[in-house]
Ligand binder design. Structure first.
Ligand code: FAD
Length: 485
Protein backbone atom coordinates (compact mmCIF):
# COMPACT_ATOMS: atom_id res chain seq x y z
CA UNK A 1 0.00 0.00 0.00
CA UNK A 2 1.22 3.52 -0.74
CA UNK A 3 3.10 5.37 1.98
CA UNK A 4 1.11 8.04 3.83
CA UNK A 5 2.50 11.39 4.93
CA UNK A 6 0.93 14.18 6.90
CA UNK A 7 1.78 16.66 4.16
CA UNK A 8 3.11 16.38 0.62
CA UNK A 9 4.61 19.59 -0.77
CA UNK A 10 4.62 19.59 -4.56
CA UNK A 11 7.52 21.62 -5.98
CA UNK A 12 10.87 22.56 -4.49
CA UNK A 13 11.18 26.19 -5.52
CA UNK A 14 11.55 28.90 -2.88
CA UNK A 15 7.89 28.68 -1.80
CA UNK A 16 7.91 24.86 -1.53
CA UNK A 17 11.12 24.91 0.50
CA UNK A 18 9.92 27.68 2.81
CA UNK A 19 6.58 25.85 3.32
CA UNK A 20 8.35 22.59 4.18
CA UNK A 21 10.81 24.35 6.49
CA UNK A 22 8.07 25.93 8.60
CA UNK A 23 6.15 22.64 8.76
CA UNK A 24 9.27 20.69 9.78
CA UNK A 25 10.11 23.29 12.42
CA UNK A 26 6.56 22.97 13.80
CA UNK A 27 7.02 19.25 14.25
CA UNK A 28 5.59 17.82 11.03
CA UNK A 29 8.28 15.21 10.59
CA UNK A 30 6.59 12.95 8.06
CA UNK A 31 6.42 15.36 5.17
CA UNK A 32 7.45 14.67 1.63
CA UNK A 33 8.57 17.08 -1.09
CA UNK A 34 8.00 15.93 -4.67
CA UNK A 35 9.92 17.89 -7.30
CA UNK A 36 9.50 17.28 -11.03
CA UNK A 37 13.00 18.41 -12.02
CA UNK A 38 16.37 17.10 -10.88
CA UNK A 39 17.15 20.04 -8.59
CA UNK A 40 15.70 22.41 -6.06
CA UNK A 41 15.28 26.10 -6.92
CA UNK A 42 12.60 26.17 -9.63
CA UNK A 43 12.78 29.63 -11.14
CA UNK A 44 15.96 30.37 -9.21
CA UNK A 45 18.50 28.73 -11.41
CA UNK A 46 22.12 29.33 -12.29
CA UNK A 47 24.04 27.98 -15.23
CA UNK A 48 27.72 28.14 -16.17
CA UNK A 49 28.20 30.36 -19.16
CA UNK A 50 31.34 32.01 -20.54
CA UNK A 51 33.34 31.06 -17.46
CA UNK A 52 30.96 32.47 -14.83
CA UNK A 53 27.61 31.61 -13.21
CA UNK A 54 24.69 33.38 -14.81
CA UNK A 55 21.14 33.48 -13.43
CA UNK A 56 18.58 32.26 -15.94
CA UNK A 57 15.69 33.05 -13.61
CA UNK A 58 15.63 35.46 -10.68
CA UNK A 59 18.73 37.66 -10.72
CA UNK A 60 17.97 40.52 -8.37
CA UNK A 61 17.07 40.91 -4.75
CA UNK A 62 14.53 43.66 -5.28
CA UNK A 63 13.50 45.97 -2.44
CA UNK A 64 16.41 46.78 -0.16
CA UNK A 65 17.22 49.76 2.08
CA UNK A 66 13.69 50.63 3.22
CA UNK A 67 11.88 50.80 6.52
CA UNK A 68 11.39 47.03 6.69
CA UNK A 69 14.00 44.43 5.93
CA UNK A 70 13.44 42.20 2.90
CA UNK A 71 13.62 38.62 4.24
CA UNK A 72 15.46 37.46 1.12
CA UNK A 73 18.08 40.15 1.69
CA UNK A 74 18.49 38.74 5.20
CA UNK A 75 18.83 35.20 3.85
CA UNK A 76 21.43 36.45 1.37
CA UNK A 77 23.41 38.07 4.18
CA UNK A 78 23.19 34.88 6.24
CA UNK A 79 24.37 32.69 3.39
CA UNK A 80 27.20 35.09 2.49
CA UNK A 81 26.12 35.42 -1.09
CA UNK A 82 27.90 38.07 -3.21
CA UNK A 83 25.71 40.83 -4.66
CA UNK A 84 26.25 44.12 -6.44
CA UNK A 85 24.12 47.24 -6.54
CA UNK A 86 22.16 47.86 -9.74
CA UNK A 87 20.81 51.18 -10.88
CA UNK A 88 18.37 50.92 -13.79
CA UNK A 89 17.53 54.58 -13.67
CA UNK A 90 20.49 55.61 -15.83
CA UNK A 91 19.29 53.43 -18.69
CA UNK A 92 17.05 56.24 -19.94
CA UNK A 93 20.15 58.33 -20.71
CA UNK A 94 21.72 55.53 -22.78
CA UNK A 95 19.08 55.12 -25.48
CA UNK A 96 20.56 54.22 -28.86
CA UNK A 97 18.82 55.34 -32.05
CA UNK A 98 18.66 52.27 -34.30
CA UNK A 99 19.11 54.25 -37.49
CA UNK A 100 22.14 56.35 -36.54
CA UNK A 101 23.71 54.28 -33.75
CA UNK A 102 23.93 57.49 -31.68
CA UNK A 103 22.69 57.99 -28.14
CA UNK A 104 19.66 60.30 -27.98
CA UNK A 105 20.46 63.66 -26.33
CA UNK A 106 19.51 63.56 -22.64
CA UNK A 107 16.91 66.36 -23.06
CA UNK A 108 14.97 64.40 -25.68
CA UNK A 109 15.19 61.22 -23.58
CA UNK A 110 14.00 63.04 -20.44
CA UNK A 111 11.05 64.64 -22.29
CA UNK A 112 10.00 61.31 -23.83
CA UNK A 113 10.26 59.69 -20.43
CA UNK A 114 8.11 62.33 -18.76
CA UNK A 115 5.50 62.01 -21.49
CA UNK A 116 5.44 58.20 -21.16
CA UNK A 117 5.02 58.38 -17.36
CA UNK A 118 2.15 60.88 -17.68
CA UNK A 119 0.48 58.73 -20.27
CA UNK A 120 0.83 55.56 -18.16
CA UNK A 121 -0.65 57.37 -15.13
CA UNK A 122 -3.60 58.53 -17.23
CA UNK A 123 -4.09 54.99 -18.50
CA UNK A 124 -4.15 53.67 -14.95
CA UNK A 125 -6.71 56.22 -13.80
CA UNK A 126 -8.94 55.19 -16.70
CA UNK A 127 -8.62 51.50 -15.74
CA UNK A 128 -9.35 52.37 -12.14
CA UNK A 129 -12.44 54.35 -13.10
CA UNK A 130 -13.65 51.54 -15.37
CA UNK A 131 -13.21 48.99 -12.61
CA UNK A 132 -15.27 51.08 -10.18
CA UNK A 133 -17.69 52.24 -12.93
CA UNK A 134 -16.67 55.80 -12.06
CA UNK A 135 -17.26 58.93 -14.10
CA UNK A 136 -14.48 59.53 -16.64
CA UNK A 137 -15.30 63.15 -17.44
CA UNK A 138 -12.33 64.49 -15.44
CA UNK A 139 -9.91 62.66 -17.77
CA UNK A 140 -9.49 65.45 -20.29
CA UNK A 141 -8.07 63.52 -23.23
CA UNK A 142 -7.11 59.89 -23.78
CA UNK A 143 -3.43 59.03 -23.30
CA UNK A 144 -1.40 59.15 -26.50
CA UNK A 145 -0.08 55.84 -27.80
CA UNK A 146 3.70 55.58 -28.24
CA UNK A 147 4.70 55.83 -31.88
CA UNK A 148 8.35 56.69 -32.47
CA UNK A 149 11.15 54.19 -31.69
CA UNK A 150 12.24 56.17 -28.59
CA UNK A 151 8.65 56.35 -27.32
CA UNK A 152 8.15 52.64 -27.95
CA UNK A 153 11.40 51.79 -26.15
CA UNK A 154 10.50 53.91 -23.12
CA UNK A 155 6.97 52.53 -23.04
CA UNK A 156 8.45 49.02 -22.97
CA UNK A 157 10.91 49.84 -20.18
CA UNK A 158 8.25 51.58 -18.15
CA UNK A 159 5.70 48.80 -18.32
CA UNK A 160 8.01 45.83 -18.04
CA UNK A 161 10.67 47.22 -15.68
CA UNK A 162 9.94 50.53 -14.03
CA UNK A 163 6.25 50.60 -13.17
CA UNK A 164 7.26 51.98 -9.77
CA UNK A 165 7.68 55.32 -11.58
CA UNK A 166 3.96 55.29 -12.26
CA UNK A 167 2.36 53.70 -9.22
CA UNK A 168 3.75 52.70 -5.82
CA UNK A 169 4.81 49.01 -5.84
CA UNK A 170 4.56 47.22 -2.48
CA UNK A 171 8.04 45.72 -2.74
CA UNK A 172 9.67 49.15 -2.95
CA UNK A 173 7.26 50.81 -0.51
CA UNK A 174 7.89 48.17 2.18
CA UNK A 175 11.49 47.15 1.63
CA UNK A 176 13.10 50.10 -0.14
CA UNK A 177 13.98 51.08 -3.67
CA UNK A 178 17.40 49.54 -4.05
CA UNK A 179 18.05 46.40 -6.06
CA UNK A 180 21.03 44.10 -5.84
CA UNK A 181 22.17 41.69 -8.53
CA UNK A 182 23.30 38.31 -7.28
CA UNK A 183 26.81 37.73 -8.63
CA UNK A 184 28.03 34.60 -6.96
CA UNK A 185 29.53 31.47 -8.49
CA UNK A 186 27.28 29.36 -6.24
CA UNK A 187 24.27 31.14 -7.67
CA UNK A 188 21.12 32.67 -6.15
CA UNK A 189 20.12 29.05 -5.47
CA UNK A 190 22.80 28.79 -2.80
CA UNK A 191 20.43 30.71 -0.59
CA UNK A 192 17.87 27.93 -0.99
CA UNK A 193 20.40 25.22 -0.18
CA UNK A 194 21.27 27.08 2.99
CA UNK A 195 17.58 27.21 3.87
CA UNK A 196 17.10 23.50 3.09
CA UNK A 197 20.17 22.64 5.16
CA UNK A 198 18.35 23.87 8.26
CA UNK A 199 15.72 21.13 8.11
CA UNK A 200 16.87 18.49 5.63
CA UNK A 201 19.81 16.14 6.04
CA UNK A 202 22.75 17.30 3.90
CA UNK A 203 26.28 16.14 3.41
CA UNK A 204 29.11 17.46 1.23
CA UNK A 205 26.92 20.24 -0.17
CA UNK A 206 24.23 17.78 -1.27
CA UNK A 207 20.76 17.21 0.14
CA UNK A 208 20.53 13.52 1.03
CA UNK A 209 17.23 13.55 2.90
CA UNK A 210 14.72 10.93 1.72
CA UNK A 211 11.89 13.39 2.38
CA UNK A 212 13.00 15.35 -0.70
CA UNK A 213 12.31 13.39 -3.87
CA UNK A 214 13.84 14.92 -6.96
CA UNK A 215 13.52 13.51 -10.41
CA UNK A 216 16.63 11.76 -11.58
CA UNK A 217 16.61 13.13 -15.08
CA UNK A 218 18.83 11.25 -17.44
CA UNK A 219 19.87 14.29 -19.40
CA UNK A 220 21.24 13.55 -22.79
CA UNK A 221 20.76 15.29 -26.06
CA UNK A 222 18.56 13.39 -28.42
CA UNK A 223 19.98 13.18 -31.89
CA UNK A 224 17.09 11.58 -33.69
CA UNK A 225 13.38 11.33 -33.16
CA UNK A 226 13.18 7.55 -33.58
CA UNK A 227 13.45 6.89 -29.84
CA UNK A 228 10.13 5.76 -28.39
CA UNK A 229 10.45 7.42 -24.99
CA UNK A 230 8.72 10.61 -24.00
CA UNK A 231 10.49 13.78 -25.10
CA UNK A 232 10.14 17.09 -23.41
CA UNK A 233 11.97 20.33 -23.83
CA UNK A 234 13.46 21.14 -20.47
CA UNK A 235 16.83 22.52 -21.43
CA UNK A 236 17.96 26.02 -21.93
CA UNK A 237 20.46 25.16 -24.62
CA UNK A 238 19.57 26.00 -28.22
CA UNK A 239 16.77 23.88 -29.58
CA UNK A 240 18.11 20.68 -28.09
CA UNK A 241 15.51 18.21 -27.13
CA UNK A 242 16.53 16.70 -23.87
CA UNK A 243 15.49 13.17 -23.30
CA UNK A 244 13.90 12.64 -19.99
CA UNK A 245 13.61 9.19 -18.53
CA UNK A 246 10.49 9.53 -16.48
CA UNK A 247 11.30 8.25 -13.01
CA UNK A 248 8.57 9.81 -10.97
CA UNK A 249 8.06 12.97 -8.91
CA UNK A 250 6.25 14.65 -11.82
CA UNK A 251 2.83 14.94 -10.24
CA UNK A 252 0.08 14.30 -12.79
CA UNK A 253 -3.00 13.61 -10.70
CA UNK A 254 -4.47 14.65 -7.37
CA UNK A 255 -7.46 12.69 -6.05
CA UNK A 256 -8.88 14.45 -3.05
CA UNK A 257 -11.65 13.80 -0.57
CA UNK A 258 -12.63 14.77 2.99
CA UNK A 259 -10.16 12.19 4.28
CA UNK A 260 -7.01 12.97 2.37
CA UNK A 261 -5.26 13.32 -0.96
CA UNK A 262 -3.81 10.69 -3.28
CA UNK A 263 -0.94 11.90 -5.42
CA UNK A 264 -0.08 10.03 -8.61
CA UNK A 265 3.12 10.72 -10.48
CA UNK A 266 4.04 10.27 -14.13
CA UNK A 267 5.59 6.84 -13.57
CA UNK A 268 2.44 5.63 -11.81
CA UNK A 269 3.78 5.90 -8.23
CA UNK A 270 1.11 6.62 -5.66
CA UNK A 271 1.52 8.65 -2.48
CA UNK A 272 -1.10 9.30 0.18
CA UNK A 273 -1.27 12.35 2.42
CA UNK A 274 -3.56 14.09 4.85
CA UNK A 275 -2.82 17.36 3.02
CA UNK A 276 -1.10 18.58 -0.12
CA UNK A 277 0.55 21.95 -0.66
CA UNK A 278 0.77 22.75 -4.35
CA UNK A 279 3.54 25.23 -5.11
CA UNK A 280 3.68 24.92 -8.92
CA UNK A 281 3.59 28.12 -10.95
CA UNK A 282 0.43 29.79 -12.21
CA UNK A 283 1.48 28.79 -15.75
CA UNK A 284 1.52 25.11 -14.70
CA UNK A 285 -1.87 25.49 -13.00
CA UNK A 286 -3.23 26.91 -16.25
CA UNK A 287 -1.82 23.95 -18.21
CA UNK A 288 -3.14 20.40 -18.15
CA UNK A 289 -0.07 18.91 -16.41
CA UNK A 290 -1.99 18.12 -13.21
CA UNK A 291 -5.52 16.68 -13.19
CA UNK A 292 -7.78 16.97 -10.17
CA UNK A 293 -10.42 14.44 -9.11
CA UNK A 294 -12.97 15.71 -8.36
CA UNK A 295 -12.17 18.68 -10.64
CA UNK A 296 -11.35 22.01 -9.02
CA UNK A 297 -14.44 24.17 -8.46
CA UNK A 298 -15.27 26.77 -11.06
CA UNK A 299 -14.43 29.78 -8.87
CA UNK A 300 -10.91 28.35 -8.58
CA UNK A 301 -10.28 27.54 -12.24
CA UNK A 302 -11.71 30.88 -13.33
CA UNK A 303 -9.41 32.76 -10.97
CA UNK A 304 -6.39 30.72 -12.15
CA UNK A 305 -7.15 31.43 -15.80
CA UNK A 306 -7.69 35.13 -15.21
CA UNK A 307 -4.16 35.66 -14.00
CA UNK A 308 -1.67 36.82 -16.63
CA UNK A 309 1.64 35.04 -16.96
CA UNK A 310 4.64 37.14 -17.89
CA UNK A 311 7.37 35.58 -19.99
CA UNK A 312 10.72 37.23 -19.28
CA UNK A 313 13.84 36.00 -21.05
CA UNK A 314 17.41 36.98 -20.36
CA UNK A 315 19.62 36.10 -23.33
CA UNK A 316 23.33 35.89 -22.56
CA UNK A 317 25.99 36.64 -25.17
CA UNK A 318 29.71 36.02 -24.73
CA UNK A 319 32.29 38.12 -26.62
CA UNK A 320 36.06 37.85 -27.09
CA UNK A 321 36.44 41.41 -25.78
CA UNK A 322 34.19 44.27 -24.73
CA UNK A 323 33.23 47.02 -27.13
CA UNK A 324 30.50 48.72 -25.08
CA UNK A 325 30.99 51.65 -22.73
CA UNK A 326 31.59 50.78 -19.09
CA UNK A 327 31.90 52.96 -15.98
CA UNK A 328 29.33 54.79 -13.85
CA UNK A 329 25.82 55.01 -15.30
CA UNK A 330 26.57 52.71 -18.21
CA UNK A 331 25.52 49.28 -16.94
CA UNK A 332 22.14 49.39 -18.70
CA UNK A 333 21.37 50.63 -22.18
CA UNK A 334 18.37 50.71 -24.47
CA UNK A 335 17.91 50.05 -28.16
CA UNK A 336 15.12 52.09 -29.76
CA UNK A 337 13.58 50.23 -32.68
CA UNK A 338 10.33 50.49 -34.66
CA UNK A 339 9.17 47.23 -33.15
CA UNK A 340 8.24 47.44 -29.47
CA UNK A 341 10.34 45.18 -27.27
CA UNK A 342 12.73 44.16 -30.07
CA UNK A 343 16.06 43.58 -28.23
CA UNK A 344 15.30 46.73 -26.24
CA UNK A 345 16.86 46.29 -22.81
CA UNK A 346 20.60 45.56 -22.47
CA UNK A 347 22.97 45.10 -19.56
CA UNK A 348 26.71 44.47 -19.45
CA UNK A 349 28.05 42.12 -16.80
CA UNK A 350 31.29 43.98 -16.05
CA UNK A 351 30.02 45.12 -12.64
CA UNK A 352 29.00 41.58 -11.68
CA UNK A 353 31.96 39.77 -13.23
CA UNK A 354 34.73 42.12 -14.44
CA UNK A 355 36.43 40.81 -17.57
CA UNK A 356 33.65 38.33 -18.34
CA UNK A 357 32.80 40.12 -21.63
CA UNK A 358 29.14 39.12 -21.36
CA UNK A 359 26.09 41.10 -22.44
CA UNK A 360 22.52 40.30 -21.45
CA UNK A 361 19.49 41.35 -23.45
CA UNK A 362 15.99 40.96 -22.01
CA UNK A 363 12.96 40.07 -24.07
CA UNK A 364 9.42 39.63 -22.80
CA UNK A 365 6.11 38.02 -23.75
CA UNK A 366 5.60 37.82 -27.56
CA UNK A 367 9.29 38.37 -28.32
CA UNK A 368 10.26 35.74 -25.71
CA UNK A 369 7.90 33.18 -27.25
CA UNK A 370 9.21 34.00 -30.71
CA UNK A 371 12.87 33.41 -29.83
CA UNK A 372 12.03 30.31 -27.79
CA UNK A 373 10.55 28.81 -30.95
CA UNK A 374 13.51 29.54 -33.22
CA UNK A 375 17.02 28.04 -33.31
CA UNK A 376 19.54 29.93 -31.18
CA UNK A 377 21.64 30.63 -34.28
CA UNK A 378 18.80 32.78 -35.62
CA UNK A 379 18.53 34.67 -32.31
CA UNK A 380 22.28 35.23 -32.35
CA UNK A 381 22.07 36.72 -35.84
CA UNK A 382 19.28 39.09 -34.80
CA UNK A 383 21.11 40.20 -31.66
CA UNK A 384 24.35 40.81 -33.61
CA UNK A 385 22.51 42.95 -36.15
CA UNK A 386 21.07 45.03 -33.32
CA UNK A 387 24.48 45.40 -31.68
CA UNK A 388 26.06 46.43 -35.00
CA UNK A 389 23.35 49.09 -35.38
CA UNK A 390 24.41 50.46 -31.99
CA UNK A 391 28.18 49.96 -32.02
CA UNK A 392 29.13 49.80 -35.69
CA UNK A 393 29.98 47.05 -38.16
CA UNK A 394 33.40 46.18 -36.77
CA UNK A 395 32.43 44.65 -33.45
CA UNK A 396 33.34 40.97 -33.00
CA UNK A 397 30.80 38.18 -33.27
CA UNK A 398 29.57 36.64 -30.04
CA UNK A 399 31.29 33.33 -29.39
CA UNK A 400 28.42 31.80 -27.41
CA UNK A 401 24.74 32.37 -26.67
CA UNK A 402 22.38 31.10 -23.97
CA UNK A 403 18.62 31.34 -24.44
CA UNK A 404 16.51 30.13 -21.49
CA UNK A 405 13.13 28.68 -22.41
CA UNK A 406 10.80 29.36 -19.49
CA UNK A 407 7.66 29.31 -21.57
CA UNK A 408 8.28 25.93 -23.18
CA UNK A 409 9.37 24.33 -19.93
CA UNK A 410 6.35 22.27 -18.94
CA UNK A 411 7.26 22.71 -15.25
CA UNK A 412 7.07 26.49 -15.56
CA UNK A 413 5.06 27.69 -18.57
CA UNK A 414 6.20 31.28 -18.14
CA UNK A 415 8.30 33.40 -15.82
CA UNK A 416 5.97 34.89 -13.19
CA UNK A 417 2.42 35.97 -12.45
CA UNK A 418 1.47 39.40 -13.63
CA UNK A 419 -1.50 40.85 -11.79
CA UNK A 420 -2.72 44.19 -13.14
CA UNK A 421 -1.69 47.08 -10.88
CA UNK A 422 -5.35 47.71 -10.24
CA UNK A 423 -6.53 44.28 -9.42
CA UNK A 424 -9.67 42.56 -8.30
CA UNK A 425 -9.09 41.36 -4.71
CA UNK A 426 -11.61 38.53 -5.04
CA UNK A 427 -9.66 37.02 -7.92
CA UNK A 428 -6.50 37.09 -5.90
CA UNK A 429 -8.22 35.61 -2.84
CA UNK A 430 -9.62 32.74 -4.95
CA UNK A 431 -6.21 31.86 -6.41
CA UNK A 432 -4.84 31.48 -2.91
CA UNK A 433 -7.78 29.76 -1.20
CA UNK A 434 -7.45 26.05 -0.39
CA UNK A 435 -9.76 23.49 -1.97
CA UNK A 436 -10.53 20.94 0.72
CA UNK A 437 -7.21 19.42 1.68
CA UNK A 438 -5.25 20.97 -1.17
CA UNK A 439 -3.49 24.19 -0.20
CA UNK A 440 -1.95 26.56 -2.72
CA UNK A 441 1.29 28.50 -2.43
CA UNK A 442 3.86 30.12 -4.72
CA UNK A 443 4.73 33.67 -5.70
CA UNK A 444 1.31 34.05 -7.38
CA UNK A 445 -0.38 33.65 -3.98
CA UNK A 446 1.53 36.52 -2.37
CA UNK A 447 -0.80 39.48 -2.16
CA UNK A 448 1.82 42.17 -1.82
CA UNK A 449 4.86 40.62 -3.49
CA UNK A 450 3.66 38.39 -6.33
CA UNK A 451 6.29 37.89 -9.04
CA UNK A 452 9.28 38.09 -6.69
CA UNK A 453 11.51 35.64 -4.83
CA UNK A 454 10.50 37.24 -1.51
CA UNK A 455 6.85 36.79 -2.63
CA UNK A 456 7.45 33.05 -3.01
CA UNK A 457 9.32 32.86 0.28
CA UNK A 458 6.66 34.73 2.27
CA UNK A 459 3.83 32.84 0.53
CA UNK A 460 5.37 29.57 1.75
CA UNK A 461 5.38 30.86 5.32
CA UNK A 462 1.82 32.13 5.11
CA UNK A 463 0.46 28.91 3.51
CA UNK A 464 2.18 26.69 6.06
CA UNK A 465 0.66 28.75 8.90
CA UNK A 466 -2.84 28.44 7.39
CA UNK A 467 -2.30 24.70 6.96
CA UNK A 468 -1.10 24.26 10.55
CA UNK A 469 -4.25 26.00 11.78
CA UNK A 470 -6.39 23.69 9.67
CA UNK A 471 -4.52 20.65 10.97
CA UNK A 472 -5.16 21.84 14.51
CA UNK A 473 -8.88 22.25 13.81
CA UNK A 474 -8.96 18.82 12.20
CA UNK A 475 -7.39 17.31 15.31
CA UNK A 476 -9.97 19.05 17.52
CA UNK A 477 -12.83 17.82 15.30
CA UNK A 478 -11.50 14.25 15.48
CA UNK A 479 -11.11 14.27 19.26
CA UNK A 480 -14.60 15.79 19.69
CA UNK A 481 -16.18 13.06 17.56
CA UNK A 482 -14.25 10.40 19.45
CA UNK A 483 -15.45 11.82 22.75
CA UNK A 484 -18.98 11.77 21.40
CA UNK A 485 -18.64 8.08 20.47
P1 FAD B 1 8.93 27.84 -8.64
O1 FAD B 1 10.29 28.33 -8.42
O2 FAD B 1 8.44 27.72 -10.03
O3 FAD B 1 8.77 26.43 -7.90
C1 FAD B 1 7.80 25.48 -8.29
C2 FAD B 1 8.47 24.13 -8.44
O4 FAD B 1 7.46 23.17 -8.81
C3 FAD B 1 9.52 24.07 -9.56
O5 FAD B 1 10.74 23.61 -9.02
C4 FAD B 1 8.93 23.06 -10.58
O6 FAD B 1 9.92 22.26 -11.20
C5 FAD B 1 8.02 22.22 -9.69
N1 FAD B 1 6.92 21.58 -10.43
C6 FAD B 1 6.19 22.07 -11.44
N2 FAD B 1 5.27 21.17 -11.84
C7 FAD B 1 5.43 20.09 -11.05
C8 FAD B 1 4.78 18.82 -10.98
N3 FAD B 1 3.77 18.50 -11.80
N4 FAD B 1 5.19 17.91 -10.07
C9 FAD B 1 6.21 18.21 -9.21
N5 FAD B 1 6.87 19.41 -9.24
C10 FAD B 1 6.47 20.34 -10.15
N6 FAD B 1 12.20 37.48 -8.73
C11 FAD B 1 12.93 38.39 -8.04
O7 FAD B 1 12.71 38.60 -6.84
N7 FAD B 1 13.94 39.08 -8.65
C12 FAD B 1 14.25 38.90 -9.96
O8 FAD B 1 15.19 39.51 -10.47
C13 FAD B 1 13.48 37.99 -10.72
N8 FAD B 1 13.73 37.78 -12.02
C14 FAD B 1 13.16 36.73 -12.66
C15 FAD B 1 13.57 36.43 -13.96
C16 FAD B 1 13.08 35.32 -14.60
C17 FAD B 1 13.55 34.98 -15.98
C18 FAD B 1 12.13 34.48 -13.93
C19 FAD B 1 11.66 33.21 -14.58
C20 FAD B 1 11.69 34.79 -12.66
C21 FAD B 1 12.20 35.92 -12.01
N9 FAD B 1 11.80 36.28 -10.73
C22 FAD B 1 12.47 37.25 -10.04
C23 FAD B 1 10.67 35.60 -10.07
C24 FAD B 1 11.11 34.51 -9.09
O9 FAD B 1 12.06 33.69 -9.70
C25 FAD B 1 9.89 33.69 -8.71
O10 FAD B 1 8.89 34.56 -8.20
C26 FAD B 1 10.15 32.63 -7.63
O11 FAD B 1 11.38 31.98 -7.82
C27 FAD B 1 9.00 31.63 -7.69
O12 FAD B 1 9.15 30.64 -6.72
P2 FAD B 1 7.97 29.57 -6.51
O13 FAD B 1 8.39 28.65 -5.43
O14 FAD B 1 6.68 30.26 -6.39
O15 FAD B 1 7.87 28.77 -7.89
Amino acid sequence: SPSRSSVIVIGAGVSGISTAKVLAEKGIEDLLILEASDRIGGRIRKESFGGVSVELGAGWIAGVGGKESNPVWELAAKSGIRTCFSDYSNARYNIYDHSSGKIFPSGIAADSYKKAVESAIKQLRIQEANLCSRDLSNVSEPPSAPETPIELAIDFILHDFEMAEVEPISTYVDFGEREFLVADERGYEHLLYKMAEEFLFTSGGKILDSRLKLNKLARRVVLGSHDKDTFIVIGSQSSDLMKCTILGQVVRELQHSRNGVTVITEDGSVYEADYVVLSVSIGVLQSDLISFYPPLPRWKTEAIHQCDVMVYTKIFLKFPYKFWPCGPGKEFFIYAHERRGYYTFWQHMENAYPGSNILVVTLTNGESKRVEAQPDGETLKEAMEVLRNMFGPNIPDATDILVPRWYNNRFQRGSYSNYPIITNDQNFHDIKAPVGRIFFTGEHTSERFSGYVHGGYLAGISTSKALLQDMEKDKERKSESQAFL
